[in-house]
Design a protein around this ligand. Structure first.
Ligand code: ATP
Length: 327
């Protein structure tokens, strides 16, 4: 368990309470990362943390702070790269009882997690001129496409839409698309479509119900995930998983939200549902379903935080979900 920075400890506290209430007996190995680790060990990504993830292979993680335009490189990105967590999976769906602009949203963002502009290769070639390198490889593109189609097949989803800007980035996004097309041929039962990212953003806010599984490179995946979160109630309700062949780190889509940290205002549902994804991954789908059911019940009863129109604090909302599970 990595409580994380900003609102991290509040949401992870609620998530672990709910997991215990669901009857999943986890002996947590609590590890510091990010600012908390920097202050304690002088290192934002301590060896103990890496050893723990290597040993346990599964983690529930709060967000970690990354400076804008300065400071150390993103620890979130470093962890994804270190453990080769190449797939970022973010289910986005309407929660029953929560009024939002759209009904019938039930889509899944599959975001490539290891390359693209997130490779962090930037240099100044002359004063006032910088270059940022977008890295796209056939290997990473093929494996994320395979992940999306395997997921679609397993979860009985009918369509994968590859989202790109290959009209402008003909080589990089062109390669990503070529790989997606090649993989799509091996899954004839799953429909395959392509859409340019700007059009996809418009379509998502016009008719989100037309989408099923979205397949995206890293940066488009980051931006489109937040857009999709907005369709179903905001960053407070969307869970996520970073998955590789050997390791898995579960974390909500939102970041550290320093503006509301420590005030009991943050919505813990995203972290709680990320916990449910982890519980399913650990082999307890029935307990994961129970957690999702308890979340839905709490939202229907408006026992939620202010961002969803409720009046509960973060811990009260976590308690309400946990109580449903215990009753
Ligand atoms: P970071 O730099 O770590 O990504 P950020 O503030 O840029 O942090 P987010 O943490 O993703 O970005 O949040 C953006 C805004 O959305 C926050 O300022 C906050 O007001 C709101 N928000 C994010 N997560 C939640 C949540 N779980 N509950 C309520 N509001 C949230």
């Amino acid at each position: 368990m990595i409580p994380g920075d900003g609102i991290g400890p509040e949401v992870i506290g609620a998530a672990t309470e709910v997991i215990a209430a669901a009857g999943v007996d986890i002996n947590w190995d609590r590890q510091l990362a990010g600012i908390a680790a920097l202050e304690t060990f002088g290192n934002p990504i301590p060896d103990e943390l890496l050893r723990s993830i290597r040993k346990n292979r599964v983690a529930l993680k709060g967000p970690l702070m990354t400076g804008v335009g300065r400071g150390f490189r993103s620890i979130n990105v470093a962890l994804r790269k270190t453990f080769d967590l190449y797939a970022n999976l973010r289910p986005i769906r309407n929660l029953p009882g929560l009024r939002t602009a759209f009904k019938g949203v039930d889509l899944v963002v599959v975001r490539e997690n290891t390359e693209d502009l997130y490779a962090g290769i930037e240099h100044q070639i002359a004063p006032g001129v910088v270059e940022s390198v977008k890295v796209i490889t056939a290997k990473a593109s093929r494996r994320i496409a395979r992940f999306a189609f395997e997921y679609a097949q397993r979860e009985k989803r009918h369509k994968v839409t590859a989202i790109h800007k290959a009209n402008i980035m003909k080589l990089s996004d062109g390669l990503f698309l070529a790989c997606a097309r090649e993989v799509a041929k091996k899954y004839p039962r799953v429909k395959y479509e392509e859409m340019i990212v700007d059009n996809a953003c418009m379509q998502l806010v016009l008719r989100p119900g037309q989408f099923d599984v979205l397949l995206l490179e890293n940066l488009y995946g980051d931006i489109v995930s937040d857009l999709c979160a907005g369709l179903v109630g905001g960053l407070g309700v969307v869970p996520g998983a970073n998955l590789g062949t050997r390791y898995a780190i579960f974390e909500a889509v939102h970041g550290t939200a320093p503006d509301i940290a420590g005030k009991g205002l943050v919505n813990p549902i995203g972290a709680i549902l990320s916990g449910a994804m982890m519980v399913k991954h650990l082999g307890h789908p029935e307990m994961a379903d129970a957690i999702e059911g308890a979340v839905e019940s709490v939202i229907r009863a408006r026992e939620c935080t202010r961002d969803l129109g409720g009046s509960l604090s973060t811990s009260e909302c976590g308690d309400a979900v946990a109580k449903r599970l215990r009753d």
